[in-house]
Design a protein around this ligand. Structure first.
Ligand code: SAM
Length: 268
């Protein structure tokens, strides 16, 4: 890894260590039941598509790895669904959340630890399922992370991954806010996301790019699908902004302009 990439990864780690993803929605005391329940309620109310995409109760008895567990909300659903679940995240803070959460609910995971998705600490051909929601676009070498996921999957094993969609309503409106309205006409959507979306260095891909990336790897692609999310709909904003978002969605071709770009594949 180059010095630049080391430095970038450190910044990504520092960012997510300060505040674990999705925990800003609650004022409840940290690590209490109320705290975790607020986070869980908010997540699946705003993003019910996660339930449809993940299919948490479909993998009982299977060896599953979640890459980038964050506050552990999805991870807990895997354990409840009976999967033999392993989890990793780049930050101590995420792993602490998961530890407290499992303990609080008396749930048992197979293993979880701080680790880097670009160097997964598992043998080749280990998992039946690898799941990752909103993670590998944050790491400097996203394709290395994808190759690691493929490496640790068993032949015939399945990956379920979400990354951000560059040709999406949210990405375009984000560009309007951070580039156009600031007179930075020569800056791209990719620039706006890299510099202003969550941790520094965030990338986003198009549906065609994902298909191309998968076509070069030892996988059978089963489904590449974008979801129009709560974030594309600008639900936290005024009715006028929501109207703008709706028009943008229509102009961009509907559902395929969703922020959440999901893909599933099986390893050959
Ligand atoms: C947007 S959050 C998503 C967390 C969780 N999957 C969710 O949906 O709430 C991004 C997560 O990716 C993790 N992450 C970023 N780079 C990583 C890396 N190289 N290896 C492992 N995890 C990483 C961060 O620590 C953070 O928890």
């Amino acid at each position: 890894m180059s010095a630049n990439s080391d430095e970038l990864k450190q910044q990504v780690q520092d960012y997510w260590n300060k505040e674990t993803c999705g925990t800003w929605v609650t004022d409840s005391t940290k690590f209490t039941k109320e705290y975790f329940e607020d986070i869980e309620k908010d997540r699946y109310e705003k993003q019910p598509e996660i339930l449809e995409f993940a299919e948490f109760d479909k993998f009982a008895g299977q060896k599953l790895l979640e890459v980038g567990v964050g506050a552990g909300t999805d991870f807990v659903q895997w354990v409840r669904g009976g999967a033999k679940a392993y989890g990793i995240d780049l930050t101590e803070e995420a792993i602490r959340h998961l530890d407290y959460r499992l303990e609080l609910y008396g749930l048992k995971a197979e293993g979880f630890k701080v680790a880097d998705c670009e160097n997964l600490p598992f043998e080749d051909n280990t998992f039946d399922i690898v799941y990752s929601w909103g993670v590998i676009h944050h790491t400097p070498n996203t394709l290395k992370a994808l190759d690691e996921i493929i490496r640790v999957l068993k032949p015939g094993g399945k990956a379920k991954i979400m990354i951000y969609n560059r040709k999406s309503v949210l990405a375009y409106l984000f560009w309007v806010k951070h580039a156009l309205l600031k007179g930075k006409f020569n800056k791209s959507v990719a620039w706006a996301l890299w510099n202003h979306m969550e941790s520094i260095g965030t990338k986003a891909y198009t549906i065609d790019e994902v298909k191309e990336i998968l076509s070069q790897r030892p996988v059978k692609e089963s489904n590449v699908k974008a979801y129009i999310s709560y974030y594309d709909k600008l639900e936290r904003f005024s009715p006028i902004m929501q109207f703008v978002a709706k028009i943008t969605k229509v102009l961009m071709g509907g559902e395929k302009a969703g922020w959440e770009l999901t893909f599933q594949f099986t390893k050959k």
